[in-house]
Each structure stands twice: as structure tokens, then as C-alpha cells.
Design a binder for this molecule. Sequence first.
Ligand code: ADP
Ligand code: MG
Length: 699
Amino acid sequence: MGKLQETELKFLKGVGEQRFKSLVANLELRTFHDLLYYFPYRYVDRSHIYTISDLHGSDMPMVQIKGHFIRFSEEGEGAKRRLVGVFSDGKRMMEVVWFAGAKFITSTYKPGVEYVLFGKPAQYRNVWSMAHPEIDEYKPDAPPEGLQGIYSIPDIMRKKGFSSRFFKNIVGALLRHPAMDSIEETLPPSLLKKLNLMPLREALTNMHVPVSPEKLAKARERLKFEELFYLELNILRYALKRSMSSAGRVLKTIGDNFNNFYSNVIPFDLTGAQKRVLREIRNDVRTGRQMNRLLQGDVGSGKTMVAFMTLLMAVDNGYQGCIMAPTEILAGQHYDSMKEWCDRLGLEIRLLTGSTRAGERREIHDGLISGRVNLVVGTHALLEEKVTFKNLAIAVIDEQHRFGVAQRARMWRKSEIPPHVLVMTATPIPRTLAMTVYGDLEVSVIDELPPGRKPVTTWLRYDDNRMEVNRHIRNQLNEGRQIYIVYPLVKESEKIDLKSVEEGYERIMGLFPDVKVSIVHGKMKPDEKDHQMGMFVRGESRIMVATTVIEVGVNVPNASVMVIENAERFGLSQLHQLRGRVGRGADKSYCILMANHKMSADTRKRLEIMTQTTDGFLVSEADMKLRGPGDMEGTQQSGIAFNLKVADLARDGQILSLARREAKEILDNASKLSAEEKNIFSRELHSRFANVVDWSRIS
Ligand code: ADP
Ligand code: MG
């Protein structure tokens, strides 16, 4: 580690012990390095000086105004007590307001002296004012300031007197500190030159104190590239290692089962998208290179069908296949539909989960080893050491985001020759994110729903609309339909959640006393959960009050209304998944998002997206733009740390593509790397991902 990482900020001029504690506690800024990478979140142009008559509108940016104070006076009582200064720019007047530090202000700033104020103007009853501005004495000869960085400061620190000015000062001290000479370049000179990237030290300096807007742009570009480059280098390294080590089974023929199933078993034609994806898969598995493919498709787009037909490719060539799902319920549903198909084809399929009895389990194990069992559906139980196959050729993993990369890797070891892997996800993610999270996978997309699907109508409603919502539920019940009412997840610690589901259950039973109501939440025993769920699936209960445990899986075509309580607490993809539970059979289906009037503008925007589109890709793209990729479902468990500081996967697609191309080229030509290049790459991969790189295994 370098000097910057080791030196604590308390040793920086202007910080001191007290402030150091606050920086660590509130912003996790401990070392010189931490501060160096604590970038302004925006910049304001300080080269221009405004007059008061220039001010307009309700959302002015931070501006500078030159003038002098005419007088100060203290106004208001108690908590509202404040110091008000009347400030004139020579033509017009405005107010400057302080809620603390009156003594310091009146003793520091003198009427008549020319100052430059810097702050955000606001207008109350036709009078412009500025609260707690930065104030400098006006020096006509001083060079005009250019772009100034504005640092994000938590309220709790602001109250203790931390200002953007403070950050500007300590960052200034840091940039002049001798320790800065020890900065190590994180990209090799060859790459900097080739791509015309700004050197690291210059880039860091410009991020804090931009010489010009152009330099700031170059600085950003360099830091973004660097982040994305190492992200890609790391991902592609795994992919390369694997593709070198693993040949897959060659599945030459499309045989009897596949054709028989297609012509005689399914009562419909495949959609164009399903056919295209099956061709993509087929082209992979017949080459002899191991397939690692991600299959994306909205809920109900027919992925399961594609998965089954893919498994038939294994069987038709004399091999076995398996499909792994994240929950017992989902595994059970896959099994039920596939069992019916297998019976008609004369194939042996089995279900293996955590609750499979010991005797049956042994029998399945034997069947898999002997090859008597063609296909197996299961949960994590499939990953146990004891489960081995005679000749597994294809493994399908459903709902990827619940499994990590490590678990996927365990699948590869289930067979001497690693199986082809098809990963299915119903949480569509934008292309840039897919390239990163699943950077080592090829991607197939089913972007077409089977014919006859009716888009779900989505409404945003509030507490004062409950009467209307209840009437709507009653109407749908009268039509013979079933209803879901979903609450946020019940977690160990969240007593309130449990209370709200249970209260909701009571309330619904009171409102609709003539129908049976099921309740399902995460704190129930599995038996009870299955019982409640079963009643709803069979149509005995007409309303299901549940937490998000129902998100994955359940298929009840007769359900036509999905009410989501506290919708503001759900992520967009999650809302989309829940919405996918309806619109599967009924003529017309509805998703009703119940929210609180008091939500933030961003949250409202998120929920409004749901009312505007039913396209999962549009939903997920919008979600990523609003929340940033780190918070999206599918990324947390993916095994990749998303601590991007500068790059934004939602917006930097182009730089990402460039970074990926460069990373690929470097790996392809690893044998030609210089010692210096290898050193830098190894050091950076290690410090970013704690990886040890053995270049000899790559080149
Ligand atoms: P997914 O797994 O993508 O959510 P499924 O494969 O479970 O979707 O398909 C949802 C429903 O649509 C199932 O009932 C399935 O039988 C049906 N289905 C699948 N493909 C087609 C198709 N091409 N035409 C009509 N119905 C289809
Ligand atoms: Mg599915």
C-alpha cells in the first residue's frame, strides 16, 4: 500500500482530531487516499458574477453576487431566531440569512466593504435571499475563479459547521502535500497513449479543481475508463480461463423427442423469439465448446418451454439434463408441467428438493448414476456432493439472480465434461448491465410474448382511494376471479411488516366475509405455507394476502387483480415481477399500486413508470437510471462489487464497450505484455477484487 492509503487525514493541515472523527464517522473518510477519491458531486461556474436583477425563477443554481452589506439585524424568536443582513449590489437589494453564528458574522463582515457572496438564491414574497453563503472579500486584481466543485455534506456535518469551503481547503492542502508525489499510475503508459487518456495525478487534480470544463471532462473520462476496464478485465479473465479448460459435450442431432414434442405434444406454435433462441442454443451445443448462455425474457414469455426443449437436446443425444430452481414451489411447478410432457414422451423425470425423503432420494441418486433417470428438476439440493450423474450434458438454472456465480461454478463440476449451462432470468436487465454482471455469458433474449396475452392495466392509488379499490376487488370476485394483495417482505427484524400483513388479512376478511382468504408470509412454517398456497392455487380461497414470498413462481391464471401495498417500498423490477403474476388467463387484469401521498418525487416517478409501460426492459432501464445499478436486483448476489465511483452503467455504455474491447485484447495477447504492464494489472486487480493473477495460466 502507498503512502496515501496509509496516512490518516488528521495529519492533513486544517483537519485536526475533532474534524477527523467527524469525517470518519459520517463519510468514512479516513485516509489521504479516501479524500482524494471523494469527488465533488457537481461543479458551479465561478467565473461569472450575477447582479440581483439577473436572478429569476424558482430554481436558480448557486451563483456569485458582488456588493456590500448595508446593515445586520437579529429577527425572530427561539428556534426561528436568525441574523438578517441587507445586501446591495449597487442597484438592488437582497437579504442574507444566518440561523447560527451571528456574533462571528457581525464581527467579521463590515458594512461598506465589497464582498462576493456565493450561494443558492431563493425568493420569498418578491425578496431575494441567500442562506449561509460563502463570503469572500472582493479583490479586483485576483484572477476569476473557474469551476468549483461542490462536495456532498450530510446535514449532521453542516450543523457542525462543515462547508463546501472546508472541503475545498483541505483538498487544496492535500493536492499540495508531498505525499501526492507517491501516486502510482493505475494504467500502463502504453494504454494511456493509445487511448489518449489523462494521467492519473492530473485527472485526480482536475476532478477537484478543474482547470477548464474540457479538462474536467477528460479527467472524468479517464477515471470512468479505468473503473470499467478493471471490472471487465476481471470478468473476462474468468471467462477465458473457463473456455480454455472446458470443452462441452457435442450434441449433434435434433432427435425424436425434440421433434415429437414439438409436433405432437405442445398445442401451439412457438413464437418467433422462442424459435430464434432455440437456434442460438442449438448452434452452441453442437460445436463442442461449452455453452454459457443467459436467457432473458419477461415473465410468461415462454422460457420454461425453451428450457425443456433444450433439455431434450441432451436426451436425444443420449445424455442427461437437469433444471435447478431457487425455491421448492418453483421447482415443484416446473416438475408438474415437465412430468406431464415426459410421460407423453416416455422419459423418466424426477424431483429432488430438500424435502425429498431419504429413501426416494437414494433411489434418485442411483437413477442418476445409472442413467435410468433422464431429467431431474430440483433446488439447491442438486448441488450436494452426493448428487452425481452418469453423463450430464445440459444444466438449466432458473432465476439466476437468486444464485451466485459460485453456485453456477459448482454445476460445472457435476460431470467429467462440464455441462452446457443455460441461465434463465425473468428480471430483464439493460444490456450494459448484463455485459457486466453476466460478462462471461452470451445473451439470448425472448422479446415477444405468446399471442393472446392481455397487457395488465396498472393504476397508482392512495389511501383515500380505498373505497374505489375495494369496489373493484368486489367486482372481480363477482366475475369469479381471484385476487392477490401483497405486502413488503417480512424479515426477522421487521415486526411492523408482519403486523401490516396480519392486519391486512383481518381487514380483508372483514370486508369480504363471504370468500375464503389465504395468508402467506416468510415467518410461517413451510407446511402451513404450502397449505395456504395450495388452497389459492386450487381456487378454494379467492384472495391471497401475502408478502413477496409469492414473487417467484406461483401460476394462477384465474387471478386478475394484484394489489401491492406500500408500493413505494418495492424496487421497480420487483413490482414488475409481481405484476407478472396476473394477466395469465383472465380477460382483463389489473395491478393496483397502493402508495403514500407523502413519497418523494423520485419514488413517484418510479411508480408512474409502472403505469406507463408493461415492457420489462423499459422498466428495468428506467429503474437503473433512477436508482443506479448497484441497487438493482440481480446485482447484489452476482458476486461483483459495484462500488463504481465515477462511472455510471446507465449512462456510460460507450466507455464500457471500449473498456471491454481493450480488456479483451489484452487478455488475448497476454503473452506479449511487458513486465511493467503485468505488474500494474496484477496490482490493480488485486487491490480492487482481492484477486491473485497468474499470467502464466492466461498466456
Ligand atoms: P416463463 O417461464 O418465461 O415465465 P412459461 O414458459 O412458463 O414462461 O410460459 C408461460 C405460459 O405460456 C405457459 O402456460 C406456457 O405453456 C405458455 N406458452 C409458452 N410458449 C407459448 C407459445 N409459443 N404459445 C402459446 N403459449 C405459450
Ligand atoms: Mg418461469
